[in-house]
Design a protein around this ligand. Structure first.
Ligand code: IFM
Length: 472
């Protein structure tokens, strides 16, 4: 089907439905540490998030992922929920410390078996398994040896990717190397609000490069282990950066953040080079001598699609902000401003136009690269009413607005192949613990009871009709 056919198809809205292209993938997404629990079962060893969450003061209320949504034991029930929703795809992550405890040596059979069972259950339900190899749970032993600022971690990751692909390659439809390497590098090693909680701009930049390298080496390992034609991807949380005014100073502030948040990944992965302005901007922090000959070519190993996680835009102006920051020194030149409009429970602005802008940018800058929204969703203060129903009209409005933006981008020529709603279940929201609920299925963490929220029913209807109800 050509891009023109796709555009024609989305325009054939019947009176009741704003349709998406045929074959559009409708999914939900989760991540291992946020839902699995069973933190020390079947040979799993601690990850940096186990250590971090057990360190007083790091996570709200002292919450940990020890039990989380107990998905490790309730996987069948959770797949049954997705079957009822009618999702076509499910994006989960493989816990490195469950499959290769300590990050070295052979794979652990029991760990692999869990993901085998998960894939089998999904396929039985007619749902495509979409696996992410790294959603932030680095084996603690690799952190003790230096973590992502150390080159060897990238090499270790490629070995882990290869052995996981050998074991699950016949079951997984799409492989994603990394989820949001920006967060892993800059929140983990820059401002330290994520595990492992280190605060060094130089280490954050080294980590970013080694995550890029890990991605490239893993693509190679995956291609070797997987049947030809298997989809291999990467998920980035690209920032939609808006300058407050058109002044040269404000636009330069936006350029700096775009370099350290977006182009630090996009340029190596898609062009095999580092952005020159980034290297200049960060000269006080590092000379980038850790980038070895051949690294950038390895990072640029071709991939089949790009995953995008979008929640809200960032507004900047010339000025300065506090350190430690996740901006590797750019904060000395940049002021961050609250975007206007309604906000979610994370205090993140609701701005669906940002998603359209992102898709339009990538349509223009990366022609020929299929795009998939691998996360989008919102946290609200959800609760079950006395009848047991969870009404979440704000989430429905959020999802509707963002899906309409995706559809508009497709009409305007963006090659968007799917949408994964974050998240299937309420879960462990990192430094916020269980205080923020992103699920379309409510989880009562005391009883582990699952209750689909109104948004789950709404999403099921969208999937069933293949698009958005024309009337809100
Ligand atoms: O919960 C996270 C997820 O793990 C990564 N992307 C953003 C989500 C909401 O903060």
């Amino acid at each position: 089907m050509t891009a023109a056919d796709t555009r024609a198809e989305v325009r054939t809205a019947d009176a009741a439905t704003l349709r998406f292209p045929a074959g559009f993938r409708w999914g939900t997404a989760t991540a291992a540490y946020q839902i699995e629990g069973a933190a020390s079962e079947d040979g799993r060893t601690p990850s940096i998030w186990d250590t971090f969450s057990r360190t007083p003061g790091r996570v709200r209320n002292g919450d940990t992922g020890d039990i989380a949504a107990d998905h490790y034991h309730r996987m069948r029930e959770d797949v049954a929920l997705m079957r009822e929703l009618g999702v076509t795809d499910y994006r989960f992550s493989v816990a490195w410390p469950r499959v290769q405890p300590t990050g070295r040596g052979p794979a652990l059979q029991k760990g692999l078996d869990f993901y085998r069972r998960l894939c089998d259950e999904l396929r039985e339900a007619g749902i495509r398994p979409v696996a992410t190899l790294y959603h932030w749970d680095l084996p603690q032993e690799l952190e003790d040896a230096g973590g992502w600022p150390r080159r060897e971690t990238a090499e270790r990751f490629a070995v882990y990717a290869g052995l996981t692909a050998e074991a699950l390659g016949d079951r997984v439809a799409t492989w994603t190397t990394l989820n949001e390497p920006w967060c892993a590098a800059f929140l983990g090693y820059g401002n330290g609000v994520h595990a492992p909680g280190r605060t060094s701009d130089a280490d954050a930049l080294r980590a970013a490069h080694h995550l890029n390298l890990a991605h490239g080496l893993a693509v190679d390992a995956l291609r070797t282990a997987l049947p030809a034609g298997t989809e291999v991807s990467l998920t980035l949380n690209l920032h939609v950066v808006r300058a407050l005014t058109e002044s040269a100073e404000d636009r330069d502030a936006a350029r700096r953040i775009d370099a350290v948040a977006n182009r630090i990944f996009l340029d190596p992965v898609f062009r095999g080079r580092l952005p020159e302005d980034l290297v200049r901007d960060t000269a006080r922090v590092t000379d980038w001598s850790f980038v070895r000959d051949g690294d950038l070519a390895a990072v640029a190993a071709p991939i089949d699609s790009l995953g995008l996680n979008y929640y809200s835009p960032t507004v900047v102006a010339a000025g300065s902000s506090e350190s430690p920051s996740p901006w590797a020194g750019a904060e000395r030149h940049v002021r961050f401003l609250p975007a206007p409009g309604p906000r979610t429970a994370m205090d993140w602005p609701v701005d669906a136009d940002g998603l359209y802008e992102l898709l339009a940018r990538l349509r223009d800058e990366l022609p020929g690269v299929p795009l998939v929204i691998t996360e989008n969703g919102a946290a609200y203060e959800d609760y079950a009413d006395p009848s047991g129903r969870v009404r979440d009209p704000e989430r429905v409005a959020y999802l509707r607005g963002h899906l309409a933006a995706v559809r508009r981008a497709i009409e305007d020529g963006a090659d968007v192949r799917g949408y994964f709603l974050w998240s299937l279940l309420d879960n462990f929201e990192w430094a916020y613990g269980y205080s923020k609920r992103f699920g379309i299925v409510h989880v009562d963490f005391a009883s582990q009871r699952r209750t689909p929220k109104d948004s789950a029913r709404w999403y099921a209807d969208v999937i069933a009709r293949g698009g958005l109800p024309a009337a809100p």
